[in-house]
Ligand binder design. Structure first.
Ligand SMILES: [Zn+2]
Length: 117
């Protein structure tokens, strides 16, 4: 059973810049099984959803946010399948982790360039 709304998972969103690889360590069960996904519903306002979940202990967090500039939607997500509970996202976790890892690393790359200039 999926357990809703554990605020400890928010750490992953706050520390997103520092995490280079997903799945990453779950702040609750400490297993290397937690994921993050955001989805922009409206490109103009950047209004969207945030999901953070752990495949191991099945804890999740879902909320409505203004999606940060660095984020890009995963193109194969079917909007109508998105739900507060991350069952659909869990099925796609390998693809999503690859996507999230790419975004995380691009951000670090840009940061490094800026620092060198
Ligand atoms: Zn966990």
């Amino acid at each position: 059973m999926w357990k809703d709304n554990n605020n400890k998972l928010e750490e992953l969103y706050i520390n997103f810049k520092k995490i280079k690889k997903f799945p990453t360590i779950c702040p609750i069960c400490k297993k290397d099984k937690s994921h993050i996904y955001m989805h922009i519903y409206d490109e103009k306002t950047r209004r969207g959803g945030l999901w953070i979940w752990c495949s191991e202990c099945q804890t999740f967090l879902h909320g409505s946010i203004y999606v940060p500039d660095y984020w890009v939607n995963y193109p194969l997500i079917e909007l109508e399948k998105l739900n507060a509970v991350p069952i659909y996202l869990e099925e796609m976790k390998d693809e999503i982790d690859r996507h999230t890892t790419k975004i995380a690393n691009k951000k670090i790359f840009n940061f490094t360039i800026k620092k060198d200039v």
